[in-house]
Design a binder for this molecule. Structure first.
Ligand code: FAD
Length: 459
């Protein structure tokens, strides 16, 4: 599918709303774009929305939609119209010579045009147990998550002292019973007007010179521990929501030294509001150049602009090699399969993928083959990324091993007994012994290599 010897019309780097929208438009313009999804370097495939539970403000979904499902739909739409995906990070990019070169998975790919849609990642505090409470009390987006039911009429906290932190604290007073603003210094960095607004609001308490040092709770965040930076004294604050407003880091490492970046590392468009960069044929889309709005819908909108601009530029330069689709109207996108937990009636000893404790018990005790157990949780974006990769590997192994998916919310006792501390976790059993386990997302070839090692035990 990807041939290093040909020159691509267009490579889109990044698979968030900006990247998939750009690819969709380019594919519909018969450019057969290659989209490099990203894998670990700047976030997981699907981008930032893979880490959020519910998106309520993307038009067209009146009831809201889980972030990973929205991204699945965008991906399916882009692929349906002829986008080719390379599930890897772009490791290196040379924009100095034409055609441009992108290095991914050890291959040098040449392309006439590039859309940079590598997004930005919200900075984290990297506190112990932060991962556990991410999307379960901790959020990096008050605009997106502030209105969720868990935060209504509950005490909330915002960390940060700049304009965003003040804006978020102010906005959250609409939902929470009270808002605590946790500021490391003894003053706010926000504009005077914004700071005055916060200080005059009796529903906001500012904790000067404090930092968050610990998080507690069970399924959901319940308290945060604050330490006074000078006195060292500790204070426990009961809060159900903790919003980080400590800045974003744009994923612009690939173009550092090749394209102008602002003081915070965001790409600088050639002209404000336009998708062009200073290098003709190189375009931007989404949060990578947007320090202000950073929303899914604005990312998608700029993805559309970038693709249209790329198409126009390729045509003007007489570089585009159109790839016509046959038939012109593509097949419908496949509908995602839903697997229900296996029961005595539905359990099959030969099925490659089943769900739930019944299938786990039966396969563990009865099957002579290696057993892969994947522990997942609803709304876990990385689980969403890993599952299809694992599924394809297990299918390719021709029935030599079976997989059971355990939803740790539905089967918490199994997860506890298995010592699972987060999702996704994979455990591989052979002859009732745990042979191998890992946590987090891996690429397909790495999953295959690990599973083949376990299969080799039986050879
Ligand atoms: C917790 C959370 C909740 C949010 N909720 C909402 C919401 O409800 N509504 C809303 O409108 N917005 C929300 N946002 C903001 C929204 O997610 C972003 O504005 C949007 O995802 C930006 O899209 P993007 O395509 O520009 O970048 P991203 O979504 O950041 O995607 C960037 C992509 O680039 C890839 N990438 C990075 N580096 C490389 C590389 N070297 N090679 C290849 N690929 C690379 C990444 O893997 C990723 O796929 C939320 C953000 C967060 C963090």
């Amino acid at each position: 599918m990807v041939s290093p010897s040909t020159t691509e019309n267009l490579v889109v780097i990044g698979s968030g709303p900006a990247g998939y929208t750009a690819a969709l438009y380019a594919a519909r313009a018969n450019l057969a774009p290659l989209l490099i999804t990203g894998f670990q370097e700047g976030g997981i495939p699907g981008g930032q929305l893979m880490t959020t539970t519910h998106v309520e403000n993307f038009p067209g979904f009146p009831q809201g939609i889980p972030g990973p499902e929205l991204m699945d739909r965008m991906k399916a739409q882009a692929v349906r119209w002829g986008t080719r995906l390379l599930e890897a990070d772009a490791d290196w990019l040379d924009l100095r010579r034409r055609p441009f070169t992108v290095q991914a998975q050890g291959q040098d790919l040449r392309t006439h045009a590039v859309i940079l849609a590598t997004g930005a990642r919200a900075n984290r505090l990297h506190l112990p147990r932060e991962g556990r409470f991410w999307s379960r009390g901790i959020s990096a987006c008050a605009v997106c998550d502030g209105a969720t039911p868990q935060f209504r009429h509950e005490p909330l906290a915002v960390v940060g002292g700049g304009d965003s932190a003040c804006e978020e604290a102010h906005a959250l007073t609409k939902y929470g019973s009270h808002v605590h603003l946790i500021v490391r210094r003894n003053r706010l960095r926000a504009s005077k007007a914004m700071a005055d607004r916060v200080l005059a609001n009796d529903r906001i308490t500012v904790h000067w010179e404090h930092e968050v040092v610990a998080l507690q709770g069970d399924d959901w965040l319940a308290t945060v521990e604050l330490r006074h930076r000078l006195a060292g004294s500790i204070r426990i604050l009961p809060v159900r929501g903790l919003f980080y407003a400590i800045g974003h880091t744009p994923n612009t490492g690939l173009v550092q030294g090749q394209l102008p970046l602002d003081g915070e590392g965001y790409l600088t468009p050639q002209q404000p509001g336009q998708p062009d960069t200073v290098i003709p044929g190189v375009f931007w889309a989404g949060d990578v150049a947007d320090r202000r709005w950073r929303q899914a819908v604005t990312a998608a909108a700029t993805g559309c602009q970038a693709a249209l601009a790329a198409e126009e530029w390729l045509t003007e330069q007489n570089l585009a090699v159109p790839v016509s689709r046959k038939p012109p109207q593509p097949e419908p996108a496949p509908t995602p399969q839903k697997v229900s937990p296996a029961t005595e009636e539905t359990y099959s000893p030969t099925a490659l993928w089943q769900q739930g404790s019944y299938a786990l018990r039966r396969l563990y005790h009865d099957s002579p083959d290696p057993l892969v157990v994947i522990y997942t949780a609803p709304g876990c974006g990385p689980c969403h990324v890993l599952k299809p990769q694992l599924r394809r590997v297990v299918e390719d192994l021709d029935g030599r091993m079976h997989t059971v998916e355990i939803n740790i919310e539905a089967d918490p006792e199994i997860a506890r007994q298995a010592g699972v501390s987060g999702t996704p976790t994979i455990q591989v059993f052979y002859k009732k012994e745990l042979r191998y386990q890992w946590r987090g997302v891996k690429q397909r070839r790495m999953i295959r290599a690990e599973l083949e090692k376990v299969l080799a035990l039986g050879d």
